[in-house]
Design a protein around this ligand. Sequence first.
Ligand SMILES: NC(=O)c1ccc[n+]([C@@H]2O[C@H](COP(=O)([O-])OP(=O)(O)OC[C@H]3O[C@@H](n4cnc5c(N)ncnc54)[C@H](OP(=O)(O)O)[C@@H]3O)[C@@H](O)[C@H]2O)c1
Length: 362
Amino acid sequence: MERDGSLTLRLRNEEVGSLAANALLLKVDAAPINPADLKAMLCSLEPDALYAVHDAAGEALCGNLPPELAKAFGWRLGVDMPLGNEGTGIVIAAGEADSAQQLIGKRVSTATRGMYSDHCIVDCNDCLVLSSSSPVELCAAAFVNPMTALAMLETMHNGGHNGLLLTAAASNLGKMVNRLCEAEGVPLVNIVRSDRARDALLELGADHICNSSDPNFRDHLINALVETGATIAFDAMGGGALAGQILHAMEDALARSAGISGPYGSKIGKQLYFFGGLDPAPVTFWRNFGMAWNIGGWLLQSELKKFSPAKVAAMKGYVVDRLDDIFSSEFAGTIALEQMLQPDTLQACMGIRTGGKWLVRP
Ligand SMILES: NC(=O)c1ccc[n+]([C@@H]2O[C@H](COP(=O)([O-])OP(=O)(O)OC[C@H]3O[C@@H](n4cnc5c(N)ncnc54)[C@H](OP(=O)(O)O)[C@@H]3O)[C@@H](O)[C@H]2O)c1
């Protein structure tokens, strides 16, 4: 992004430098276009604001950020940012460390910036090692959402909570969380915003689904919270009134099931984490949920640092073992790397909707 708010996306040839001891050189096979990738790539620009340019440096896709967006994405000013937060590939070369050398020829999945690329250098400690016979589509999104689902359950257990609530629950992540909670016996409340998303979760066998566009949403939510005892919420919206509605409903559910004995509300703690930014509106709420509550941010990379290496290794092992069921992802289609610079093609892949995620195949 330039100082005048102009944003340019282009493909670039780069020399692959020498490999550090733990480094792996991957031939990248596939990388998903996740909601966070779209935000980093387009800085919240609307799809129809993008236009193709052909200049001396080749093809590019450009847009102009209005001043408020340019301010919000000020950290992108002058930053040359490699895109694509996760993906899969085959290790074709490695640094001198044994742990790197032994991965040559293996398929790995990793969450490393710059996966929209035909080759990529990653640290061998940041990888999942997968079977070379696993379908590329399964391996492409094997890191971020699966590890997030597992880490959410860790956060829940570590915080002393016995059930959780998730918004945007028919997302790829949401479906993983549903299958994982079913496998682990964890009570789960799902919030979606459409009948289509609700039907997708019904098909999975979800017990508690609350549609925020239903006129009886609040009653459904309180009932589901009473039945599950969920006191921790992971909110992918990150904006609007939903977070406050969730905490309020939790407080009412606690009042109903445990009773409230004083003016400060329930003594049982309610925790809400924002872990996504699907709703760009400001967060608004009335503080009508007592005094025992916390709101925080939640990011996989930061959470993983709180766990022991043995715990992280166990989580990776769980993902590898259950990649074809609990942790599988769905894609609407695939595009080539070069097609990312075609406005029409990219616009088709930009909708963040249930079942609407695309895969880049360099
Ligand atoms: N913090 C972290 O470490 C972390 C890690 C992984 C994922 N995430 C976040 O998890 C979320 C899901 O990721 P994913 O890859 O699973 O996404 P996905 O498969 O692309 O699904 C996106 C979902 O978001 C819903 N949605 C989109 N805009 C919405 C809005 N304004 N209000 C309500 N729902 C909306 C869609 O529902 P409809 O079709 O009904 O619109 C769809 O089900 C994203 O926000 C992502 O950034 C965060």
